[in-house]
Design a protein around this ligand. Structure first.
Ligand code: GAR
Length: 196
């Protein structure tokens, strides 16, 4: 089966959803969880599950993204990774890293792309008066939050929403969408999945 590396920077709730989905007849297995932050909650959880973990701190590399990415690449290599899932990995990856992985690396983004690439997606959706919000899983290309869409899930925006309450509603859908898309992607199915 396909060997999956999950890259994260934080709590890793999407990573947990991905890991717990990869059981039984699933076409993929979690081979590695990698974080740029040693104190990421997701690292402790993955370790407790008996999953291999690696930490690559970006800070010693300063603004040298190529050096940071070369270190990630070196850490990935021994695990013979087939698919990379970015799951709340909050460092921009440049073409030097992305291009060799293109077609084998996917990301979840908390907006209905192509709307709201980048940060603060929920605040921006509220500010725009959007009636719906959601999340997108897409193939990673050298352009930030671009690349073929593999799936989207939508939620209503409520009049009482704050960025936090909206994020919470979207995150529930992220945990459904990302495992569903990964399963399809690992089987070679790149047709977009629209939920609900
Ligand atoms: C998720 O909402 C994910 O979509 C978002 O960060 C959160 C990570 O939560 N990703 C981005 O904003 C990527 N630029 P998690 O660590 O609990 O999965």
């Amino acid at each position: 089966s396909k060997r999956v590396a999950i890259l994260l920077s934080g709590g890793g709730s999407n990573m947990r959803a991905l890991v717990t989905s990869m059981t039984g007849e699933h076409p993929a297995r979690p081979a590695l969880v990698l974080s740029n932050r040693a104190d990421a909650g997701g690292i402790a959880w993955a370790k407790a599950q008996g999953i291999a973990t690696e930490v690559v701190d970006h800070r010693p590399h300063g603004s040298d993204r190529a050096a940071f990415e070369a270190e990630i690449d070196a850490r990935l290599r021994p695990y013979a990774i087939d698919i990379i899932c970015l799951a709340g990995f909050m460092r921009v990856l440049t073409a030097g890293f992305v291009t060799p992985w293109q077609g084998r690396m996917i990301n979840i983004h908390p907006s209905l792309l192509p709307k709201y690439r980048g940060l603060h997606t929920h605040a921006r959706a509220l500010e725009a008066g959007d009636q719906e919000a959601g999340c997108t899983v897409h193939e990673v290309t050298a352009e930030l939050d671009e690349g073929p869409i593999l799936g989207q899930a939508r939620v209503p925006v409520l009049a009482t929403d704050t960025p936090d309450t909206l994020a919470e509603r979207v995150l529930v859908q992220e945990h459904i969408l990302y495992p569903a898309v990964l399963r399809r992607f690992a089987q070679g199915n790149r047709a977009p999945l629209y939920l609900p």
